[in-house]
Design a protein around this ligand. Structure first.
Ligand SMILES: [Zn+2]
Length: 341
């Protein structure tokens, strides 16, 4: 697997609605392996690997990331933000960010120090400000930072122990990475569409239009899910664990995984001796939530990568799960002939 490319993927800028930079990177990588690649009106990148006219399968992983837009610059020099996507305010203090004005500049997220606060209320996004080190407001404006400028987390891919890696934006660049690794290897009788979607973090939006355009018979979203195998979490609340295989979605807030498709994937996993977990997530959804409702309905499910510290700058995955997800997708796509909807 091309870890160097994963490093570029997680670093590329792509806050929901501002996916141009990451889209360009994905498009040029897909062009090496796909029969065709196009970008639709919303910005979804769609790579096609042709089969022999059997039917259409869509794999979707979102390329957008959570982040911020500048909502206010105060009379001194501090920048206030509105969140784009599900931001956990607790993770923000002391986080290094990049503010995208005319060029990129670094900033630190801060809040009023806790000992200076009179009342002990819970921290909200309105308490957070970004300090770019400017001495006055003019310095901020000179950099082309204005209302609506985007702010992203700063961070690189780092290797932890064994096959575990940490970075910002594993959610869901790891899914995009899996799509591209699958594209490199797959041979399927079906036309397989590899879609890097936009605006998932703000409501599964890109998948809705790209799914409508492709109009597949079957769709699999590839995303992250919560690995709660950390201290003090009770066994029955762990959802998934790192290193025990990808997870097939039984149910989340957006979709109930198609039972026949799930059984088919489970059977392939069993025969190929690929570890597979089951995912029941009562928070959040994936692109499958949009795709399964398109037109007369699409047989859909989600394959997820267990991830610790989701929606932070240190999201952590085990590459063994990633490798297993790629193998499972390749084998499933090869053998789809034996799947009857
Ligand atoms: Zn995601």
């Amino acid at each position: 697997m091309d870890i160097e490319f994963l490093g570029k993927l997680v670093k590329a800028v792509g806050v929901s609605g501002y996916e141009d930079e990451v889209a360009e990177l994905i498009k040029s990588e897909m062009e090496k392996y796909a029969d065709s690649v196009e970008v639709d009106t919303m910005g979804n990148v769609i790579g096609l690997k042709k089969g022999n006219g059997k039917g259409k399968i869509m794999l979707a992983a979102h390329m957008d990331e959570i982040g911020f837009v500048v909502s206010h610059i105060d009379k001194n020099w501090f920048i206030f933000v509105s969140p784009v996507g599900g931001i956990n305010v607790k993770t923000l203090i002391s986080t290094r960010v990049i503010v995208h004005g005319r060029s990129k500049c670094y900033g630190i997220m801060g809040s009023i120090p806790p000992h200076a606060k009179k009342e002990k209320k819970e921290l909200s996004i309105e308490d957070i400000f970004v300090d770019i080190g400017a001495k006055n407001k003019e310095e901020v404006l000179e950099k082309g930072i204005d209302i609506g400028s985007i702010i992203t987390y700063d961070g690189d891919l780092k290797k932890l122990s064994g096959k575990r890696y940490t970075s910002k934006t594993m959610d869901d660049r790891i899914g995009v990475f899996i799509l591209i690794e699958t594209l490199k290897r797959v041979k399927s009788p079906y036309d397989v569409y590899f879609v890097a979607t936009v605006q998932e973090e703000v409501g599964l939006r890109g998948a809705k239009v790209s799914g409508y355009k492709i109009s597949p018979e079957i769709a699999i979203a590839v995303d992250v899910t919560l690995a709660m195998d950390v201290p003090d979490v009770k066994e029955h609340k762990m959802i998934t664990e790192l290193g025990k295989g990808p997870a097939i979605t039984i149910m989340d807030r957006s979709v109930i995984g198609n039972r026949k498709l799930n059984s088919f994937i489970e059977k392939i996993a069993e025969e190929e001796k690929i570890p597979l977990q089951k995912n029941i997530l009562m928070r959040g959804g994936t692109d499958a939530g949009s795709i399964h409702l398109i037109k007369e309905g699409v047989v859909s499910t989600t394959l997820s990568i267990p991830t610790r510290f989701v929606h932070s700058t240190v999201e952590c995955v085990d590459m063994a799960d990633v490798e297993n997800a790629v193998t499972l997708l390749v084998k499933s796509l090869e053998r789809l002939d034996s799947f009857v909807v």
